[in-house]
Structures are given as structure tokens and as C-alpha cells.
Ligand binder design. Structure first.
Ligand code: FAD
Length: 303
């Protein structure tokens, strides 16, 4: 089912994200190791799917070879568990031929939702196929010469309420985003944010810039106090004082931080729903217990 159909009503939806195993180098790991990693991820998928999210997104390695094939395989497994899948696809290190192969593979596996991304350029790897920006990938996905009926794909893209770290001004980032959406996107998902006002202000700016597609709010339940400062610095995400106090107080205690991180994320989600945002995407980081606890907390709201 297309994401745009899933989110068409006023009903609140919650979706989750998982990452597939990296495909191990054959010289370092045997086939058995790769199969064991896939089996562990499938177990995670089973548990996350049982929490009944609207859909599950499956990430993709920027250096295509690492998780590309596994993204398609895990997305197919998500759908076999009865939940629509959104397969991520990055282009920065890909050729046009490789993208065509990925699209064919997604189609063969019945995956119609694709998140079109540029990806972060891995150090030491040069661009291979002339894809400079995600908009180039969107145009390629909509190209009739690559796959039959490309308009039947439901395409999403990423957006950054606090500006993408490589762009100096939010106004320029939004102008680039408009170009990406106009290339053929159906919806957007935001980078994580910890202050809902950041999302509300950003949404207002997108609408006044003529970006009219649905914008799913990306929420990260923080369960690791040490990691979050580094992730936020890299992604340009700000930490509001109330959230910083939680990390300072509980960051060293994984059990307490899980409680506090899930509670903070739940409160953010309820505030978004209460203020008219219907679609929230939760970065569950392959942690079924997070997905389950969030869905339990929202039991009377999302059903
Ligand atoms: P783009 O939309 O191409 O934007 C990248 C930068 O280029 C921005 O600064 C933008 O302003 C600028 N830009 C765009 N167009 C132009 C132009 N015409 N002229 C000048 N500048 C321009 N990474 C992964 O590797 N795998 C994943 O699965 C993955 N999933 C993600 C999911 C979400 C929801 C988000 C928010 C991010 C995800 N990422 C993932 C990270 C993403 O790949 C990085 O943030 C990457 O740096 C940018 O990707 P993009 O698709 O947003 O790029």
C-alpha cells in the first residue's frame, strides 16, 4: 500500500524505522555469519511489525554495496509480516545502471514506497554516476525509460527543520527542497527534532515556500545519553534545556534513560497529534522494546 494512501485520513499514524545488517565482506565473514545477521534482523522485524505500525522504513547504506541488497530483502520481509514497507535508496555512490537495478529489484519484491536520498559521501569514495543531489535520484526514479510505469511509485524525501548541516541558510535549504519535491516527491520525512516548535515553524516556512506535500515528523526516542550529543552535533539538531537536563541526569543509566527517552518521545508525539500533526515516524534503531512501549503509551490514540 502506498504511504500517501496510508496517511490520507485525519487518523494519527505512527511508523518505525529499522536498519538491515551490513553485508559482511566475504573475506572477513563467512556465509553463515551473514545468514545469522539476517536472521537476527528478521526477528527484530517480526517484533516491530507485531506493534502494528502504519509502515516500517528500511535504511540503505550510502556506499551502496554495504546494505543495498539487504534493504530490499528486509523490506520484502516487512511486507511478508503484513506491514507496508518504505525502502530507502541513496545515490551518491551509485551509477544510473545500479539505480535501475535497485528499482527493478524493489518492484519484483512488491515494494512501491521509496525514500529517495543523496546519502552522506563515504570518505575515500568518489561520486560514480553523476548524482549530486537527491533531486537527481527523484528524476531518475520518475524516468519512464528505466522501469515501466514509474508514476505508480510512491516517493518520499528527507528534510531538515534545523537546516541540513552542509547548507548555510535555511531559506536556501528550503529552496533546494522545493526543487526536490517538484522533481516528483509525494511526501517528506523530517530529521529528528526535540522541540516541537522547531517543526511547527519549519512547516509554516515550507507551506509559504509552496511545499505542499505531507511532512512526517521524525521522532528519536533517546536511550543512549552518550551517543546523542555526538549525533546532534553531526546533524545540527539542537537540544532544548528540558531535554538536556534529562540526558544529564539519566544519561549514564541505560535503564533510567530508556524510561526517560520513551516518556519524552511519547510526550512529543502526543503534543504533535494534539496540534494537528497526524503522521509521526519514530527512529526505533532496531529496538523492538522502544516500538512496543511507544505503541502501548499511545494505545487509546493510535488504534
Ligand atoms: P539532498 O536533498 O541532496 O540535500 C543535501 C544537501 O545538498 C543539502 O544541504 C541541500 O541544501 C543541498 N542541495 C540540494 N540541492 C542543491 C542544489 N541544486 N544546489 C546546491 N545545493 C543543493 N542516509 C543514508 O545513508 N541511508 C539512509 O537510509 C538514510 N535515511 C535517512 C532518512 C531520513 C528521514 C533523513 C532525514 C536522513 C537520512 N539519511 C540516510 C541521511 C541523508 O542521507 C543525509 O542527511 C545526506 O547528507 C543528505 O541527504 P538528502 O537526501 O537530504 O540530500
Amino acid at each position: 500500500m502506498k504511504i500517501t494512501d496510508l496517511i490520507a485520513s485525519d487518523k494519527p499514524t505512527v511508523s518505525f524505522e529499522i536498519f538491515p545488517p551490513k553485508r559482511p565482506e566475504p573475506s572477513l565473514f563467512g556465509e553463515a555469519e551473514a545468514e545469522a545477521a539476517m536472521a537476527r534482523t528478521k526477528e527484530v522485524v517480526r517484533k516491530i511489525a507485531a506493534a502494528k505500525p502504519a509502515f516500517v522504513s528500511v535504511t540503505y547504506g550510502a556506499a551502496g554495496g554495504t546494505t543495498g541488497a539487504n534493504t530490499a530483502a528486509i523490506a520484502e520481509f516487512v511486507q511478508a509480516c503484513g506491514v507496508p514497507a518504505l525502502a530507502h535508496l541513496t545515490c551518491i555512490t551509485s551509477s544510473r545502471e545500479r539505480i535501475a537495478d535497485e528499482l527493478k529489484s524493489f518492484r519484483e519484491k512488491g515494494i512501491e514506497n521509496i525514500l529517495c536520498l543523496r546519502g552522506d559521501r563515504p570518505q575515500g569514495i568518489r561520486d560514480q554516476g553523476g548524482f549530486k543531489h537527491a533531486a537527481d535520484l527523484v528524476r531518475t526514479c520518475r524516468d519512464c525509460s528505466l522501469i515501466p510505469d514509474p508514476s505508480s511509485l510512491c516517493l518520499g524525501g528527507a528534510c531538515y527543520p534545523e537546516c541540513h548541516p552542509e547548507c548555510a541558510h535555511l531559506a536556501d535549504d528550503i529552496a533546494h527542497l522545493k526543487e526536490k519535491v517538484d522533481a516528483g516527491l509525494d511526501f517528506l520525512t523530517t530529521q529528528m527534532f526535540f522541540d516541537n516548535n522547531v517543526y511547527f515553524h519549519y512547516l509554516a516556512r515550507l507551506r509559504s515556500a509552496g511545499v505542499t506535500v505531507p511532512v512526517l515528523a521524525g521522532i528519536m526516542p533517546v536511550t543512549n545519553g552518550k551517543q546523542i550529543a555526538r549525533i546532534c552535533k553531526l546533524s545540527g539538531t539542537s537540544l532544548p534545556p528540558r531535554f538536556r537536563a534529562i540526558v544529564d541526569r539519566f544519561g549514564e543509566d541505560p535503564v533510567a534513560m530508556l524510561d526517560a527517552g520513551v516518556a519524552y518521545a511519547t510526550e512529543q508525539i502526543i503534543d504533535l497529534f494534539a496540534n494537528g500533526v497526524n503522521n509521526v515516524h519514530v527512529y526505533t534503531m532496531n529496538r523492538p522494546e522502544i516500538a512496543i512501549r511507544i505503541m502501548l503509551n499511545l494505545h487509546g490514540i493510535v488504534s
